[in-house]
Ligand binder design. Structure first.
Ligand code: PMP
Length: 998
């Protein structure tokens, strides 16, 4: 709102009243004229009240601050020259205008914080409750009749809400809220009343300037304070504290939890929370519509209108009863109030599996582990119902059962996934017990009851035929759910029918009619139907399972069966065991490491069922646990695994396939077990060939973890703990056109000159150099593409001086670079030796050295070459399958196509975020730098980025000599939609405060 007062006037006024010389700047406000007064020493908040403001109100405001002198999160009154907490002057219209001043709380506003994480929300709850407690020190009150912002006075809205053009959903909701409020008025009036702040909105909460872990510094503006129901305060705080959250219920619970840790919230209060939050949202929207009409130029008055509309949609679509369960849990109460009573009563009125199936042959029960880490559930079975069924029927006299509160990976259809503040998340945790019985098996009611739901759920991977029956023990209702039945259109029953214990209610459905599953019964118990009319969730989010286990108790309580507990580790146990057993320089990724128990294609899954899109693990080249590769390994390991001292066809078949990918010159292959070993062997071969131990290497190069390979890896020997460069090593500076020694246009020549210098110096002193080892794109060094034409130029001089070229393709080989099968081909050269590793076995340890006939001959100097494992039938079979997968699925061209799209998308993102520079690489071997406008590397931001992306379900990594490069090298089955998903989340993180402020 435009202030009435000239800033110079305000400055003079402050000086005359307070003796403070300070510059005034205007602050937006609802009705008052507010100013920030600043000089070199201090800042203050100065307020001029509107004409006709009651003196009692001004007194009340100053008394509040006085009362809160013990609270570190509030401002202090500043007294005028006469030692008064407030003062006044007469304005041009001859009206008395009260003024007051208080200290300034430095920081930024809650509304500007991105991201808002659970820690700060919990802190908001905690601090707001502390504020409330402190507010009660002295009994202060100020009567406000018909105050629109007092939720206890919500009925005022009745006369307005239909006249301001609100849509139907608002009209219905407000009517419903008014009705509920009327109905429960008596209970509401009995709730405790306190003096409350009543307006902890996102512009009244001051937060520290720390961009990574902001803390709450203060609360301002007590202008709406009032004595009202205490729960209103929490409702208001929640309303604004969850604006913009994609998961407002979870966010509200974080605030509630913090609040409850200071002030014990009563269960009668919790019952009103959902409606009160919705009421506050509606008041805010209605007020802003009214203000728009009355006062169209005051933008402050409409400040949160848009966000509130979105919050209204999100909040009003929640299930109220479920929300209340969540609130109760946040207040350490059992989410369902009659849970204890039910558990006590059901002990004396159990049913049994024999009742459920009416078949005494069904006693051979065996627990089936379908958890994320289950060995029984191979990836193949997840989407192959027939194979799953075959495996289930493998033992004919056995009924598999299980799954209560089990976290699984099988729920992968869209219906189970949503975008939350933590990225894309799946419902994964199973709420019932499954019985894997044949289709057409009859199913019987476990107890007398009334049919509440009888339907066909048509969603993919849904229930198919579904029946829910209501039961009653001593006035405690509970429900039994029977899912994956046959088509219920054929049922003789209808909703409302009475059913006796043991009465047949349906049959197990076939795959076509049961939601697309292998036939089984999903049996679940519920203590409420929540507000569901024709459905009920059978799976929940893993982090909500404590709440859901109260709503859906363990069916074993009723069915009298053995509990089979699967033992699983947790992250902390594993961390402790690592410290005990493993060396501490064996590092974990991420600030909070993750426990990964399953891989499938481009995804890794944690023990908690969280699905991570993998953009890091290039080793899983054709996809984690690629089904064909896994089967090849299984087949061969069950048949034979020996060494190369016997004749075997697999090593020869692999060699033929592998060598067909190389030019004629490269015609011999040696097999080892890793990239390091391959390079170690290559260096030994070149040393023998040229009788020299001298090598040319690249700054930033990495070639392995053995003695010799570390000696040629600048990345290691110059890195932390490294021994420095050995005398026999000659270094070419990092050929980085962006931030390297030579940049821009002529960099090819300039880097070439560096090589020339090395060679001419060596030849002058008669030193023989054995080989130059290089990566076609320098990987660990930061995804550095060599300047164009550089290697080609090098190859000529190297040939002239008989210096061999070793192309380390451990990262770049096997089609990853898209354009070509091998990285060296990008440069139009043919090296003398090529080393292979990582992707070759898709995770299985195998490496190779491919070289010319001539080098192979020299290598055979009488010393036998033997590697116990190198070239064994299992490894060869696997590598053969990897090559086959790349060819048969055109994965090289996929890498090219997706890589191009990825690079274009990243370049678009870079246009919006200047910190992203030099998007580089080729195929699915991409990197980009994070630098500031002076090209200073931003390693901390890179580290923040990968940790945030991990939290949101995308695995990324940093690298480069300054750890400011984000590397992207996913399995080459990566798709357009994977790219989009990654980009959506990257964009989200790049918009976060730490990435672009400060
Ligand atoms: N060369 C390059 C280019 C590499 O990136 C690596 C591993 N990061 C190696 C060699 C060593 O491979 P390994 O870890 O399989 O021994």
């Amino acid at each position: 709102m435009k202030n009435q007062f000239d800033l110079k006037f305000v400055e003079k006024l402050v000086n005359s009243k307070y003796g403070i010389k300070a510059k005034a700047t205007q602050i937006e406000g609802e009705t008052d004229d507010n100013f920030k007064m600043s000089n070199d020493d201090n800042s203050f908040f100065f307020k001029i009240y509107p004409a006709k403001t009651k003196i009692e109100f001004v007194q009340f405001q100053t008394k509040i601050l006085k009362n809160l002198e013990c609270n570190i999160n509030t401002a202090r009154n500043v007294v005028d020259k006469k030692n008064n907490f407030f003062s006044h002057f007469i304005d041009e219209a001859n009206d008395v205008r009260y003024v007051r001043m208080n200290t300034w709380i430095h920081g930024r506003l809650w509304s500007s914080i991105n991201p808002l994480r659970s820690t700060i929300r919990e802190q908001l709850g905690f601090k707001s409750a502390t504020l409330l407690k402190d507010l009660q020190r002295e009994k202060l009150t100020y009567e406000r009749k018909d105050f629109h912002w007092d939720l206890a006075n919500f009925e005022w809205i009745k006369s307005y809400y239909k006249k301001i053009g609100l849509n139907k959903k608002y009209l219905l909701t407000i009517k419903q809220l008014l009705d509920n409020f009327k109905k429960n008025r008596k209970k509401y009036n009995k709730l405790r009343k306190w003096l409350i702040h009543n307006d902890l909105n996102d512009n009244n909460i001051v937060v520290s300037n720390d961009l990574k872990n902001p803390k709450i510094k203060g609360f301002i503006d007590f202008g709406d304070s009032i004595k009202s129901q205490l729960i209103n305060e929490l409702s208001v705080t929640c309303t604004y504290g969850i604006v913009k959250s994609l998961n407002p219920l979870k966010s509200a619970c974080e605030i509630i939890k913090g609040f409850h840790s200071v002030i014990n919230i009563h269960k009668e209060e919790i019952d009103f929370l959902y409606d009160l939050i919705l009421m506050r949202i509606c008041v805010s929207v209605v007020k802003s519509c009214l203000n728009k009409k009355l006062n169209s130029e005051n933008k402050y008055l409409q400040i949160s209108n848009n966000d509130m509309n979105i919050l209204f949609d999100r909040w009003s679509s929640l299930n109220k009863e479920l929300a209340t369960c969540f609130f109760r849990d946040a207040c350490s109460l059992s989410p369902i109030s009659n849970e204890k009573k039910f558990k006590k009563l059901i002990k004396h009125k159990r049913s049994s599996i024999n009742t459920l199936f009416q078949n005494s042959d069904l006693r051979n029960l065996k627990n089936l582990d379908l958890s994320v880490s289950s060995n029984w559930l191979s990836n193949e079975l997840i989407n192959d119902v027939d194979s799953f069924e075959k495996k289930i029927n493998f033992e004919p006299n056995l009924i598999y059962y299980g799954g209560y509160m089990e976290t699984r990976v099988v729920y992968d259809s869209e219906d189970y996934e949503k975008l939350t503040d933590s990225g894309f998340e799946n419902r994964t945790t199973h709420l019932g017990i499954d019985f894997w019985v044949k289709e057409n098996t009859t199913v019987h009611s476990i107890e007398d009851g009334i049919i509440k739901v009888l339907t066909n759920d048509k969603t993919i991977k849904g229930y198919g035929g579904l029946i829910i029956i209501e039961h009653n023990i001593e006035n405690v209702k509970y429900y039994s759910l029977y899912g994956h039945l046959s088509n219920q259109n054929k049922s003789k029953y209808k909703v409302g029918d009475r059913i006796n214990r043991g009465e047949k209610i349906g049959e197990i459905g076939a795959n076509k009619e049961n939601g697309g599953w292998c036939p089984h019964l999903h049996f679940q118990i519920m203590l409420t139907l929540l507000d569901f009319e024709d459905d009920f969730p059978g799976v929940c989010m893993e982090d909500e399972k404590m709440i859901w286990s109260s709503i859906c108790p363990d069916p074993k309580l009723i069915l009298e069966m053995q509990t089979n507990k699967n033992t699983h580790f947790n992250e902390n146990e594993l961390k402790n065991l690592r410290t005990r057993f493993l060396g501490s320089n064996l590092k974990l990724s991420y600030d909070l490491p993750i426990y990964i128990v399953r891989g499938f294609n481009q995804y890794l899954y944690s023990n908690k069922g969280k699905k991570y899109l993998d953009t890091v693990n290039n080793i899983a080249h054709v996809g984690h646990q690629n089904i064909n590769v896994v089967n090849a390994a299984k087949d061969q390991i069950g048949l034979l695994n020996t060494n190369t001292r016997y004749l075997h066809h697999e090593i020869l078949s692999l060699s033929k396939n592998l060598l067909s990918k190389f030019p004629k010159k490269l015609s011999k292959v040696y097999y080892v077990n890793s990239g390091s070993e391959a390079n170690e062997l290559a260096l030994r071969m070149t040393s023998l060939y040229s009788k020299s131990e001298k090598f040319i290497v690249f700054e930033g190069g990495y070639h392995g973890n053995t003695n010799k390979t570390i000696e040629v890896s600048n990345y290691k020997y110059e890195g932390e703990g490294g021994r420095g460069k050995s005398e026999n090593i000659y270094e070419i500076p990092m050929p980085d056109k962006f931030r390297g020694k030579h940049r821009g246009k002529d960099s090819t020549n300039k880097y070439y000159k560096e090589l020339e210098k090395i060679i001419s110096k060596a030849s002058k002193s008669d030193e023989k150099i054995s080989a130059m080892i290089f990566e076609p794109i320098i990987s660990c060094g930061g995804q550095i593409e060599l300047p164009s034409g550089f290697l080609k130029k090098c190859s000529k001089i190297l040939k002239k001086f008989d210096i061999l070229m070793i192309s380390d393709e451990v990262q770049t080989g096997f089609g990853r670079v898209g354009e070509k099968y091998w990285g060296y081909e990008l440069h139009g050269i043919i090296p003398d030796i090529v080393t292979l590793g990582k992707p070759m076995g898709n995770g299985h340890p195998i490496g190779a050295v491919v070289c010319s006939e001539k080098i192979a001959q020299k290598f055979d100097n009488g010393l036998e070459f033997f590697s116990s494992f190198g070239g064994n039938p299992v490894s060869c079979k696997i590598a053969n399958e990897v090559i086959k997968e790349i060819d048969s699925k055109n994965l090289q061209s996929n890498a090219k196509k997706i890589g191009k799209y990825l690079k274009e998308s990243l370049n678009k993102l870079a246009k919006k975020h200047s910190i992203i520079r030099d998007v580089r690489g080729t195929g699915l071997f991409i990197g980009f730098e994070l630098v500031n406008d002076k090209l200073v590397p931003q390693a901390e931001k890179a580290n923040y980025l990968v940790n945030r992306m991990k939290e949101m379900g995308v695995l990324m990594s940093t690298d480069g000599l300054e750890k400011n490069v984000i590397k992207i090298k996913p399995p080459i089955i990566f798709s357009f939609s994977d790219t989009d998903r990654m980009l959506t989340l990257l964009e989200k993180v790049f918009n976060e405060d730490f990435m672009h402020k400060g």
